[in-house]
Design a binder for this molecule. Sequence first.
Ligand code: NAI
Length: 411
Amino acid sequence: MSKLSLPKDKIKVVLLEGIHDNAIHALNVSGYANVDSYPGALDGVALREALADAHIVGIRSRTRLTAQVIQQAPKLMAVGCFCIGTNQVDLSAAKMAGIPVFNAPYSNTRSVAELVLGEIIMLYRGIPEKSAAAHAGRWLKTAKGAHEIRGKKLGIIGYGHIGSQLSILAEALGMEVQYFDVVNKLALGNAKACHTMDLLLRTSDIVTLHVPSTPQTKGMFGASEIALMKKGAMLVNASRGNVVDIDALAAALQDGQIGGAAIDVFPSEPADNGDEFTSPLRGIPNVILTPHVGGSTQEAQANIGTEVAEKLITYSDNGSTLGAVNFMEVALPVQGTQTRFLHIHRNVPGVISRINDIFSAKGINISGQYLRTDGEIGYVVVDVEADIQPGMGFRRELEAIDGTLRVRFLF
Ligand code: NAI
């Protein structure tokens, strides 16, 4: 069978911002040898030049892929954000150019869970104050108010990737775990589900938040939730900065309703390391303040390198868009002997019948067809068992269909 798709070693991959070597390794072992890796972010002319003939680009949070940048990268077929957030990419412009964008939402789950567990131990021993005192030359040796975490009741709000991982780790240290989630989640280990958040708040010694950022979670934890907690209970938030009312928390810490807190995310965070961090929580004893580093470890970076590279490889190799943030998710069977056509188009009536007409006019039988649409675009994948030769006119005819955004062949 002749090959009409672009050979893998001709597919140019550009990685910016010092993406972990795991990504390069994963790409290389899958046959993508043409990888340019840059240590920093690029912008302006340098970015345009780097992407002028790139098929795949990998970035982290500092490279901005605006509509204009995307438009000036005519060969670009996929974007990998080797991080969690995707705000740095104009997702809509990418979608309308037929470019799926992938990220790595869960590669740092373990890192967050470990930090939270460590903070729980530190809070129960009053370490923030004792450490600050020792740094200032004061010796605070006392067992007063210091406790083991064994046997304490941990209340986890949001039993997703991080919440459930923490549940396992905390039980291993002898904590009693209960959780509340808006979705019915299977309890891991000996953890118990609470049917209401109120019940969890009234009965937990320490509460930790692991909810996503949604309109419902914005400000979900304020003075009334804090008032339901046991007097002197602890609070941890390493989820999103707008989930907890920080003023209410500061007041509750000052009056002893809350016995200690560990906060990693804030309503407003400094843009750069040199900028001042301001918060009503500064200076309050038994409060651990960390600069949004819950997921920031070398191991998480390594996992992100592998996870995003694999999503890009899978999309390039077989068209699957699983894990794309701006695109319909299509899970495709591994391609066998079939020839696979990928067609991304604006979601206007008649495109599928035009595609099918092209195959039937050439007497070619379709062995598999996968279609997903949203309000704006459609993504159709067509598998055929036929010897497709150059010069049969498929590309020209498929590209000529009104509304076509991108056509790819895999064979
Ligand atoms: P996930 O999506 O796996 O889990 C979230 C869980 O919260 C789901 O089970 C969902 O059903 C539940 N949920 C949603 N709304 C809820 C509500 N109103 N009340 C109770 N439960 C609710 O997310 P994952 O990966 O566990 O992440 C959790 C949070 O941690 C996210 O906000 C994420 O942005 C944040 N995060 C923070 C990091 C850091 O550096 N501090 C690093 C990684 C994630």
